[in-house]
Ligand binder design. Structure first.
Ligand code: ADP
Ligand code: MG
Length: 549
């Protein structure tokens, strides 16, 4: 609960009774005032996001220089990007197509005519003195996006929707590198002019966790569409969060804007910090100031941004060097010369070329294999639906899905691997499941085999198990002996269990597993141990009874 700490330093008397990451409202009591204690004050946080997604394209929005990340400083700067007089912008078709495809996936209304504006501000990494953006006549408006929020338990998972106000195309700025040389700032224009899609949501989120869940699913959508690589650590996906709090039923409160959040964790933490800070101020009778803030990853706090203290006048004006951007449906062009078609952006053509969206993939998996929303979300979330579908066919879907998620995917995660990093053929994952499914390999040893397979493509599950003598023990005599020894060696644990303490059983299970070199089925061991202890208790009970008489 580290994120809650700042409240105390701000207002001392405030105590939080519910976790803001899970609830849509916060109840706050003034601990010192008896009157307030009787009447809890309820605040409702409201959050709207602006996502800046760098469009995955070979070149920039209006120039032909490369948009690749990580190239030597100032090696990707066309004359236009450096604002040389006489240069003119030429719109990159690929960027428009990416915007259209994304807008379609967000169920937006595409505007057949959109326009570019100049938004003026003075900053060293913006040599021309303005950004070309779409503000009042954006590429698309009025969309909606469905995303999932995980609760504490799988069954808590809910699907939510949020309205999308706008999707616009705009240029990115360059980067200022401060303090690289003594008292000088250096400018890198590699990023200047790269294409961004700005996606603006309605003020529809209620907590940091809620907003983060949206960003996670949005990121996955963009990656699936191939319109943004989603690399937050490289700045390809950055989030500005607008946050306010109000009393339910009353108008929205004054908002602050936390800029440039570049990880899921920062999105959640910055928002939760800001909610608590604002409630703290309002509770003390203060007012929230409408300002731009930044998030300090070190301290997990938001701080005012100094360069934005003065309210900016952006002096918006139409960009005179770019004609209006027109989109077409093929029906609009039906009667024109086929050559004209080639130069046009045709919405229905793009729509036909779209891949299956994550939400549809999830639904397909649920319909085809009868798995839960949680399971489908998990599989699609890891981009593993291809492997999953290849392997589940012909196997018991419920048991295979269980194995796939709780053994295979969790092992990948534990090893910090992604599936495409592993050279192991997917059929071998199926082979391992088959061995596990007929109890030829215990869960613990199954994990060992998986680890070996994922890190060494030569490993074949059956051979590996054979060569190490790890086949599961099913011989009842061996298992009985191991259980009996476990109980005899751990009399305290046995007594604890008989007194109703669960920990006692954990110790006994550990001993019995070791006694079988982890080659026994845990459920069988557990059943046998319980039975033996129950028998023992009965004997003990009978003894006591007879003594008492
Ligand atoms: P501006 O253009 O001044 O930044 P917008 O109306 O475009 O304002 O809104 C920007 C973002 O701020 C949107 O994501 C919107 O949902 C969000 N927003 C607007 N008002 C509030 C509010 N009171 N609380 C939280 N978010 C808000
Ligand atoms: Mg804005």
């Amino acid at each position: 609960m580290a994120a809650l700490k700042p409240v105390c330093s701000l207002c001392g008397k405030i105590r939080l009774f519910t976790s803001i990451t899970r609830k849509s409202y916060i109840q706050i009591y003034r601990s010192s005032s008896t009157e307030a204690k009787q009447k809890p004050l309820v605040w409702e946080p409201v959050i709207g996001l602006e996502i800046h997604a760098q469009i995955q394209a070979d070149s920039k929005l209006f120039s032909r220089s490369s948009a690749k990340f990580g190239s030597p400083v100032n090696s990707q700067v066309a004359f236009l990007d450096a604002a040389l007089p006489g240069t003119l912008p030429v719109l990159n078709r690929r960027c428009v197509e990416a915007g259209v495809v994304t807008a379609l996936a967000l169920q937006c209304q595409l505007n057949k005519v959109s326009r570019f504006d100049r938004k003026h501000y003075f900053y060293a990494d913006l040599p021309v003195g303005y950004q070309i953006t779409q503000q009042d006549h954006a590429l698309a408006n009025n969309g909606v996006f469905r995303y999932t929020v995980f609760g504490q338990q799988d069954s808590d998972m809910v699907e939510k929707t949020v309205d999308i106000f706008q999707l616009q195309l705009e240029q990115d700025s360059g980067k200022s590198l401060h303090d690289e040389l003594d008292r000088q700032s250096l400018i890198d224009l590699n990023r200047a002019g790269c294409a961004l899609m700005e996606i603006v949501t309605a003020p529809g989120f209620s907590s940091g966790d809620d907003a983060r869940s949206f960003v996670r699913d949005m990121r996955q959508l963009l990656i699936t569409l191939g319109t943004c690589d989603g690399k937050m650590s490289e700045g390809s996906l950055r989030v500005d969060a607008n946050i306010s709090v109000h009393r339910p039923g009353e108008p929205l409160g004054v908002r602050t804007e936390v800029k440039n959040l570049n990880s899921m964790r920062s999105v959640r933490k910055a928002i939760d910090y800001e909610i608590i800070r604002q409630i703290g101020i309002l509770e003390m009778g203060g007012e929230v100031v409408n300002e731009t803030r930044s998030f300090d990853v070190e301290t997990s706090e938001t701080v005012p941004m100094r360069d934005k203290e003065v309210k900016q006048d952006y002096r918006f004006m139409p960009e005179p060097n770019l004609p209006p951007l027109r989109l077409y449906h093929s029906i609009d062009l039906a009667k024109t010369d086929p050559d004209i078609w080639k130069s046009k952006i045709i919405i229905d053509d793009l729509e036909r070329s779209m891949p299956t969206l994550p939400r549809d993939k999830k639904q397909q998996l649920m319909d085809r294999y009868g798995i839960s929303l949680y399971q489908a979300t998990f599989i699609v979330g890891e981009n593993l639906e291809g492997v999953y579908e290849e392997l589940v066919v012909g196997r018991d879907a419920a048991r295979f899905t269980q194995f796939f998620i709780s053994e295979f995917i969790s092992k990948l995660r534990a090893l910090d691997l992604t599936w495409d990093m592993c050279a192991v053929p997917s059929t071998r994952i199926g082979e391992l499941f088959d061995l596990r499914d007929v109890n030829k390999v215990s869960p613990t040893n199954g994990q060992w085999v998986l680890k070996a397979m994922l890190t060494d493509p030569e490993v074949r599950p059956a051979e590996w198990v054979e060569s190490r003598g790890l086949w599961q023990i099913t011989d009842i005599d061996v298992l009985t002996r191991a259980c009996r020894t476990a109980i005899e060696d751990n009399p305290n644990a046995a007594r604890k269990y008989l007194r109703g303490k669960a920990r006692g059983m954990a110790t006994l299970m550990g001993a019995a597993r070791r006694g079988t070199e982890n080659r026994a089925d845990s459920l069988t061991l557990n059943r046998m141990l319980r039975q033996m202890l129950a028998d023992k208790a009965e004997e003990g009970g009978n003894d006591a009874d007879s003594k008492g008489k």
